[in-house]
Each structure stands twice: as structure tokens, then as C-alpha cells.
Design a protein around this ligand. Structure first.
Ligand code: ASP
Ligand code: MG
Length: 299
């Protein structure tokens, strides 16, 4: 199950996500959750690096806002008696990020490898925080750093996944885990352990890789719309929800700009013939879109 940025944007949405996860857990066996950064955070992190490289002190405000947004979620969703260690843990991450930003400030340069590290903090933070929120409810949940199981080349910003190595690492790490497992999308690392990212919107791809490596019964992409529509509803009237679509058509639509799913997320599912469901976190009972090897059915 992959939850996008709006699904984890703030405390009340994260509660919705947890309800969906727990309901699903009650029905199925093992659940692996992939989360994006909180809505807008990846853009903020890029801005943070850009401002610092220009020696614009406004970077300090952006940095503070990023930290406050994450702290606020922990404070709202985890009892103050239990949240001290978690706040301390994420404070360590802020310090790590601050070091990198200070370096960018002093060199006035952003190597692509540093930008990947900076961007990775969005998913590092969201996945860790949400795992702790779930744990604080008394539900067994394990956090996994996706950088240890998704391996790529060093094409920073849009790294190419070493499928064979990654599938091996994913299944070694996850196949015997029976609690809820949660990890960040989008982030990965080279074989030397240098942080990389999979391209904007790449969390869908992470979910699909994990699903394929584990021969999952389904890959669910939870977003903020009901599914794939016949056209962009913000631009065109009378659009319809597509309830069933082939892998081929979905991939074609994604490559042509349909934003609901990352184009790279289709292939891993095709090879293992795993159905992909697009579902709406804010309308979970809606049928959604099923992407599979069957034919289209327009509602
Ligand atoms: N957080 C990353 C982005 O904004 C990846 C994702 O959301 O899928 O592009
Ligand atoms: Mg997305």
C-alpha cells in the first residue's frame, strides 16, 4: 500500500491512512506500506538547497518551517509522555540536514548527489514518524530504511534501479516480516551506500518494486482522487472514472502526463502479473481503478 503526499499531509489525514491500513490488516495477512514525503516537503527541500546556495538567508525560514511541520505531527498524534524520544530522533535528522545545507551555503554549489540527500529527508522523516505513530497505538509496526533495500546506479535525481540486487535485498529483508512494515518511497542508494532518488513522484515505483519482489497479491496506490479518469478533470468537463484499464494503456497514459501513477511503476507489476489498484484515501469505499492485464471498462 502506497500513500502519497496529500494522504500524509497532516495529522488528520495520517489518521485516515492508519484507519485504512488497520482495516486492510484485519482482512489480509502481511502489509507493506510505502509513504511519500508530507505534501509539499520535497519542493520545500529543493527550495531550501537553492536558497542556501544563493546565500539567501530566507533558507533559515524554510528550514524552520520544515522542522515545525514534522514536529507538529508528532506532537498532535503521539502522547506527550511518549513522544520525547521520537522528537529527539527527528531532531538528529534535522541536524544532519542542517549540516548539508550549511555546506551548500558555504560552497554556493549543489552537487546533484547533495540534492538527492537533501530531498531524501522528506521520505526519511515521513516514514519514520508514521511508523512511530502506528506503534504508539499499540500496533506492531516495523520501520525499514528503503535505502538499504533499493539499489541504484549513481544517476542522481533519476537513478536507475538494479532490479536483480534490489529484489534479492527486498525479499531477504521483508519476506519473514509479519508485522506492518513501513518505509519511505522515492529514496534508494548506490552499492556504496550513497543516497539516490528515483525521480519526482517515484514513491509509486518503490511500491511497485516492493510488491513485485515479494510477489504481492496486489499493489495499492492510495492517492487523493478516485482513480484514473478519461482526462484531467481540472481541464476538461465530463470526465469519467476508468474502473478497469490494461497495464499497457495505463502506462501510456502515465507517460503522456496522467499524474495518478508514475509511469515506471507499471512494468514491475506487469512482469509478475500483479494487479495495481488506484484508491482514494479520502473516499476509500469508491471502487477506484484496477490496472491489470484485462480490458478497459469505462464507468
Ligand atoms: N516526495 C517525492 C516527490 O515529491 C516522491 C513522491 O512523492 O512520490 O516527488
Ligand atoms: Mg504521486
Amino acid at each position: 500500500m502506497k500513500f502519497g503526499g496529500t494522504s500524509v499531509a497532516h495529522a488528520s489525514n495520517i489518521n485516515k491512512v492508519i484507519d485504512i491500513v488497520l482495516e486492510s490488516q484485519a482482512k489480509k495477512d502481511d502489509i507493506f506500506i510505502v509513504v511519500s514525503a508530507l505534501s509539499g516537503i520535497t519542493d520545500d527541500l529543493i527550495k531550501l538547497a537553492n536558497f542556501a546556495s544563493k546565500r539567501d538567508l530566507a533558507y533559515k525560514i524554510i528550514f524552520k518551517n520544515i522542522c515545525e511541520k514534522h514536529d507538529q505531527i508528532v506532537e498532535e498524534l503521539i502522547d506527550s509522555k511518549k513522544n520525547k524520544n521520537i522528537l529527539k530522533e527527528i531532531d538528529k535528522k534535522y541536524k544532519e540536514l542542517e549540516e548539508i545545507i550549511k555546506n551548500i551555503f558555504s560552497t554556493q554549489e549543489i552537487p546533484l548527489s547533495s540534492l538527492d540527500v537533501v530531498m531524501s529527508f522528506g521520505e526519511q522523516l515521513s516514514s519514520y514518524i508514521i511508523s512511530e505513530i502506528i506503534k504508539s497505538r499499540g500496533v506492531l509496526c516495523e520501520f525499514v530504511d528503503s535505502r538499504n533495500i533499493i539499489k541504484t546506479d549513481d544517476n542522481f535525481g533519476n537513478a536507475n534501479v538494479d532490479i536483480e540486487t534490489s529484489y534479492k535485498l527486498i525479499s531477504e529483508c521483508l519476506k519473514n516480516k509479519h508485522n506492518i512494515v513501513i518505509m519511505g518511497g522515492f529514496i534508494a542508494s548506490t552499492k556504496n551506500g550513497t543516497t539516490t532518488t528515483l525521480g519526482r513522484g517515484g514513491s509509486d515505483y518503490t511500491a511497485s518494486l516492493v510488491g513485485a519482489a515479494l510477489d504481492a497479491s496486489a499493489i495499492e496506490i492510495w492517492t487523493d482522487v478516485d482513480g484514473i479518469m478519461t482526462a484531467d478533470p481540472r481541464k476538461i468537463k465530463n470526465t469519467f472514472l476508468i474502473r478497469d484499464i490494461s497495464y499497457e494503456k495505463a502506462e501510456e497514459m502515465a507517460y503522456n502526463g496522467a499524474k495518478v501513477i508514475h509511469p515506471k511503476a507499471i512494468k514491475p507489476a506487469v512482469f509478475k502479473n500483479i494487479p495495481i489498484y488506484i484508491k482514494n484515501t479520502f473516499n476509500p469505499t469508491s471502487t477506484g481503478t484496477l490496472i491489470s492485464n484485462k480490458n478497459e471498462k469505462i464507468k
